[in-house]
Ligand binder design. Structure first.
Ligand code: GLP
Length: 337
């Protein structure tokens, strides 16, 4: 029987069971999972039946930014995908009450999208009742251009899952009236009842979506002129030619992302180390727009070891100690295997 126990309790305490909350084993009527009293205090537990398997989801009740440090890109992607899948399962969406998911582009979420598609094929989760809102799109790049965010999303995610095309929302960077397009996008998010979970990557300068350094932390969807840094970083997708990268984009604002009920940021590689440090250790600052996450009640950052190389040793130790105590990093990584 799997068992999660706070280390303080491992020696002395005999955990009491809250059996009524748990599905019981048909053979011997024992609960499928036993949680210590202390772990129960900080978690919610839900049990699901998936085909012939029983899945038990344990979620921490969070009121602080959670930082999860995983070994490498693959573990980060798996953790993120399983976290997202568990949120969708937990919400148990229906056509009347769909789950609203905010989606990023970039190389950071690619592994997560692959794993979510695998879980979808395996029958673990469905996207039938999921509505998506993408973060951003280049201005003036044809929708069918291989580097448009429309192409990216369909090629890397939507074509591989059971989402309904009418439930996909991506900003139109070729709209005749770009201001109107941005206002309409915000309205659609509001009409849908807000976003349940906004996922994101970050730029090396700590931007979320295309909220470049200096963006208002309460900004909403609008047109943004890209910095030379971002043009340089994204030129890798345009034959390494900075002149081919569109100079402007439509993007949700920092305020739009922060208005979501929960936010999950993925951050990997040395190139993101400075941004991660600014996001976690320094103050909320519009020059590192991801730092606004510090003000969010349900903010999560999942990163890999490489991205941690600029963190103070004490910061790194705190988060790794914390995750060892909570014991749920592996839990998410292995959740659906
Ligand atoms: C672009 C996108 C961001 C993304 C960033 C980082 O600027 N607009 O949403 O987070 O790139 O991309 P990558 O994950 O490829 O490093």
């Amino acid at each position: 029987m799997p068992r999660y126990t706070h280390p303080d309790e491992r020696i002395n305490s005999c955990p009491t069971q809250r059996d009524s909350d748990h599905m019981r084993c048909a053979k011997n009527d024992r609960p499928l999972l036993e949680l210590s009293a202390r772990t129960r205090k900080y978690t919610t537990t839900n049990t699901y039946k998936l085909k012939n398997k029983t899945l038990i989801l344990i979620q921490f009740k969070l009121l602080i930014m959670r930082v999860v440090i995983t070994k490498d890109y693959e573990s980060m992607s798996k953790w993120a995908a399983h976290f997202v899948a568990s949120k969708i399962l937990e919400a148990n969406p229906t056509p009347e009450h769909p789950f609203k998911l905010g989606c990023p582009t970039g190389s950071s979420p690619l592994g997560m999208y692959r794993e979510l598609a695998r879980l979808n094929k395996k029958g673990v989760i469905s996207f039938q009742n999921v509505i998506t809102f993408n973060m951003d799109e280049y201005v003036g790049l044809p929708e069918n251009h291989p580097e448009s965010y429309h192409s990216f999303m369909w090629n890397n995610f939507f074509n591989h899952i059971d989402i309904k095309p009418e439930n996909v929302h991506i900003l139109n960077g070729n709209a005749p009236d770009l201001l109107e397009e941005c206002a309409h996008y915000e309205q659609m998010i509001e009409d849908a009842g807000g976003i349940d979970l906004f996922m994101g990557g970050i730029g090396p300068d700590g931007h979320i979506a295309f909220n470049e350094p200096g963006s208002s932390l309460s900004s909403k969807t609008r047109i943004k002129t890209l910095t030379t840094n971002t043009l340089q970083a994204n030129s890798r997708f345009f034959d390494n030619d900075i002149n081919k990268v569109p100079k402007q984009a439509l993007t949700v604002g920092v305020g739009t992302v922060m208005a979501a009920r929960e936010v999950l940021i993925m951050c990997n590689g040395h190139v993101k180390a400075r941004a991660l440090k600014q996001a976690i250790e320094n103050g909320v600052n519009h020059m590192w727009t991801v730092s606004a996450l510090q003000m969010h009640q349900h903010g999560n950052i999942v990163c890999d070891e490489e991205a941690c190389c600029d963190l103070n040793v004490s910061t790194y130790q705190y988060f790794t100690d914390k995750q060892r105590i909570e014991g749920l990093v592996e839990h998410y990584i292995d959740m659906f295997d």
